[in-house]
Design a protein around this ligand. Sequence first.
Ligand code: CAA
Length: 289
Amino acid sequence: MDVNNILVVGSGAMGSQIGMVAALAGYQVTVSDISAPMLEKAQAQLRSRMDNSVAKGRLSLEDAAAALGRLRFSTELAKAAASADLAIEAATENLEVKRGIFAALDAAAPPHAILATNSSTFGSSKVADATGRPGQVCNMHFFNPALVMKCVEVVRHEGTSQSTIDTVLAVATRMGKAPVLIEKEIPGFVANRLMGAIRDEALRLYADGIASFEDIDTAAKTALGHPMGPFELMDLVGLDVSHQIRLATFAETGDPADLPHPALTELVERGNYGRKSGKGWYSYDGVQQ
Ligand code: CAA
């Protein structure tokens, strides 16, 4: 199926950058959010990122202007959905919110449109039955920062059609990503299961007083070649997001081992969410978010 128009629902760190990636790949894109101030913030951040890329010689001024010209921002979900070939939902990790969005998208989007979720927590089977087109629903899971990270997990639920999968894989490839097909829904899919194993061990080592979190990060970078240590990564993703993912996974599995680590809960309860709040494991005064 030909995809020309993409709608991204949610203008947080993930949604806004997914929209920018799609616009850079030549798609006509609308990023939609219920909050106009969030949309304004997203627009300003993306402009600043494009300015940086131009300043570094990574992108021509013309290409940046053309991509920004293909990117629209709207608080009117139904109107934006009416012309979408593909909608990518990147709203908060709350199932009821997502189901509401999928029902609204199903009502407003053309019959051929594919409805994907960027959720890392919920397999698309959890939202597919809120629509009348479950075969056209799947996960399209990007990684933070979406402008940079190449992986996109495309996850099918039992009823996802092959043509939906083929189309979403093709879109991810045109976006310059390296899509990975996940054949069965499983909590955490693949990448987050790998990352979670490392993060859990890092939290244990820290909580047991074996090493400081800074030194654990240094070991991950200098011994394992990871671009960031697990604590830096938690700050990037958002401690609140990591915390919420664990709670949702626990709700699904009932396994106490899936509960968030107390050290993580303590920081979240203090409002230390990571880079976006200026403080998490580390402090980020004056750092571009
Ligand atoms: N948003 C957009 N672009 C960013 C960025 C951000 N937050 N942070 C850095 N960048 C860009 C920079 O602009 C720069 O771009 P150019 O190459 O065009 O100049 C590039 O990334 C490299 O940045 P830096 O030189 O400043 O720093 P770096 O080399 O340390 O790279 C990084 C930064 C890309 C974030 C790198 O540290 C990295 O890959 N970290 C690991 C990230 C990771 O593991 N992400 C997965 C998170 S898990 C997840 O997302 C799943 C989930 O479900 C929660």
